[in-house]
Design a protein around this ligand. Structure first.
Ligand code: GAP
Length: 599
């Protein structure tokens, strides 16, 4: 029966039954696109976040920050989100339901990336293919497609005079704080800042449970670099093997994946930027470590029309579920777009001082206006006229070749005699210059990673003549590290010993579930189904022998059990959980317990 269900259906059923995640606010009918993670899901998600933090913040030596999720309107005017963060909306004339026009086209035609097409072309595709409303079947041909801004708007404080928005990406929280974060980096490039937190998008049609929601968690790294000087440590990932799907291979029938290494991909300019190559390498290793099935994983380059308004190049990490590819992370070269925009729109300094190797002598155009003339002529505006003349001298020295010079102050043109401006070109010794750093951004969706791990981890096999389902989650992210059971629940000696073990293991940092209800087989199945990698059972055989007391450790995926001395339990569990020792080592060293011996 289970073979007939799709992965998505199996996952939805498991998520609900075992409390991984469920639609939020169900008591009030719920709200589409919002999910609550139950105890198993919240633990899995938080372990994914910790594993990400460990790799992308701690091991990279980056700074993690936590910015507010609501930001004032000027932030998003500067970032371009107010103008450019839109999806294509088409409304059904019959039932009024809103749909994402590009998704309708992708779901019902051979077109794969309708998002990258101009609106007129998507309208044409809807008409040519006579696409209909998925809700009521109403014809959508001839309906106008609107640009719909995805940001949730709110008011900051009472009244409506200070509009704010829930951030649509955590990244802006990092960019706007760049002038302060750079101080922690001693004003020296390269450095990275990370943030794990909520982002909000008023998606037109949320779908596939936690894959497309209206509130979700991102883990983002903004790597700030000097584009002329800084290089990533490519050597550390050059041999990492990756499956790439470059833009040039997409869209043609015989388009193929490129199986290569990160080093070769950068050398052969398949991946145009070394920093992006570097991050693809560490992401590949990280996804493998947390348990993504790497046979169902690829990096796909964005097509030109698909890229976000800020991105010069972008690759997505994609995982396959139910035959569909899901974008689980994006790796964008954002250039100096964000910092330049915030620099232009605010009074803060979004540059870094780049020291020259040796001081340089440069010619600099300067003015030294005669204030005894400017003062009487311009009154209170004289100082601003002086600043405007200084700025003009730097920007356009040729403007001082005429007899008079015009500058704009407070919207008005002010004309000054060139000899009053005292224009000259001076030689100056300078030790460096201000540059706007470039940004490379790996941006991970945590919810979609969780979804992928659950889908890829689901397995079925036969144990002791029965079909069992188990989640093959990596010990790095599994919600529970160890299940501890007394073989039977009515023998005080066994329960007391098992409870003492629970305390020991918890003190040693393991997350532990104690279970003494039902048959031992049932208890194993319960833990298998939620992905607990190891179970420890206390039985009489282990307490009544001549030698030291022993317990059994059972490995989830193979259901093999070994008998180990209690004194060695914490050490052995840590070694197998951290991947320092394969379970095979324990099988070689200790006695294997016959299958079903404790059933
Ligand atoms: N700062 C860059 C940025 O936000 P993005 O590709 O729009 O880039 C990054 O988002 C990641 O966030 C995606 O790869 C995806 O995993 C996740 N994501 C985006 N929209 C989402 C949604 N509506 N629901 C769940 N996850 C989403």
């Amino acid at each position: 029966m289970s073979e007939e269900r799709t992965e998505g259906e199996r996952l939805a059923e498991l998520a609900k039954r075992r409390g991984y995640f469920f639609g939020a606010s169900g008591a009030y009918g719920g709200a589409a696109g919002f999910y609550t993670f139950g105890p198993q899901g919240a633990a899995l998600k938080s372990n994914v976040e910790d594993a990400w933090r460990d790799r992308f913040t701690v091991q990279e030596g980056n700074f993690e920050i936590e910015a507010p999720t609501i930001m004032p309107e000027p932030v998003f005017e500067a970032s371009g989100h107010l103008d450019g963060f839109d999806d294509m909306l088409v409304e059904c004339p019959e039932c009024g339901e809103s749909h994402r026009a590009d998704h309708l086209v992708e779901d019902n035609t051979d077109v794969e990336d309708a998002e990258s097409l101009p609106i007129a072309e998507v309208e044409e595709l809807i008409a040519d293919n006579d696409l209909r409303c998925p809700n009521c079947g109403g014809a959508l041909a001839g309906e106008e497609i609107e640009d719909f801004n995805l940001m949730f708007e709110t008011n900051i404080g009472p009244g409506s005079s200070t509009p704010g928005y829930l951030r649509p990406e955590t990244a802006q929280g990092i960019f706007v704080e760049f002038p302060r974060i750079k101080e922690y980096a001693r004003n020296s490039l390269p450095f990275g800042a990370t943030q794990i937190g909520r982002a909000y998008r008023n998606e037109i049609s949320p779908r596939k449970s936690i894959v497309r929601t209206r509130e979700f968690t991102q883990a983002e790294l903004e790597q700030f670099v000097d584009p002329e000087r800084d290089e990533p440590d490519l050597d550390s990932v050059e041999d990492v093997e990756v499956t790439l799907y470059p833009a040039t291979e997409q869209g043609s029938e015989d388009g193929e994946y490129v199986e290569t290494t990160v080093g070769e991909a950068v050398d052969e300019s398949i991946v145009g930027d070394a920093w992006i190559g570097y991050f693809l390498g560490i992401a590949q290793e990280w996804y493998e470590r947390v348990g993504v099935d790497m046979d169902r994983f690829r990096f796909r380059q964005h097509l030109a029309g698909e890229r976000a308004h800020y991105a010069a190049d972008c690759w997505d990490a994609e995982s396959e579920v139910d035959g569909d590819w899901i974008e689980i992370a994006g790796f964008a070269y954002r250039g100096d777009y964000d910092l330049s925009k915030h620099g232009e729109h605010s009074d803060d300094d979004f540059t870094i001082f780049r020291q020259f190797d040796e001081p340089k002598t440069v010619e600099r155009a300067v003015v030294d206006p005669d204030m005894s003339v400017l003062g009487p002529e311009f009154g209170g505006a004289a100082a601003d006229v002086k600043s405007a003349l200084e700025e003009l001298a730097e920007r356009d020295p040729a403007a001082f070749e005429s007899e008079t010079v015009a500058v704009t102050v407070g919207g008005e043109t002010k004309t000054v005699d060139a000899d009053v401006a005292n224009f000259r070109v001076e030689e100056q010794t300078v030790s460096g210059e201000h540059i706007t750093p470039h940004v490379i951004e790996p941006s991970f969706g945590v919810d979609r990673t969780v979804y992928t791990l659950l889908a890829h981890g689901y397995n079925e096999d036969e144990v002791d003549g029965e079909t069992r389902s188990f989640l093959s989650l990596s010990p790095t992210v599994a919600p529970t590290d160890v299940g501890v059971f007394p073989l039977v629940s009515n023998v005080e000696e066994l329960t007391a010993r098992a409870e003492a073990l629970v305390d020991d293991l918890r003190e040693s940092g393991f997350s532990v579930v104690y279970d003494d209800s039902g048959s031992i087989g049932r208890r194993y199945r319960r833990q298998d189904e939620v992905g607990t990698p190891f179970c420890v059972t206390v039985d009489r055989d282990g307490l009544e022998g001549d030698g030291p007391d022993t317990v059994t450790i059972r490995e989830r995926d193979t259901a093999r059990q070994v008998r180990v001395p209690i004194d060695a339990l914490v050490e052995e569990l840590r070694a197998v959980s951290d991947g320092e020792r394969p379970f095979d080592d324990l099988v070689a060293e200790y006695d294997l317990v016959a299958p079903g011996a404790d059933a």
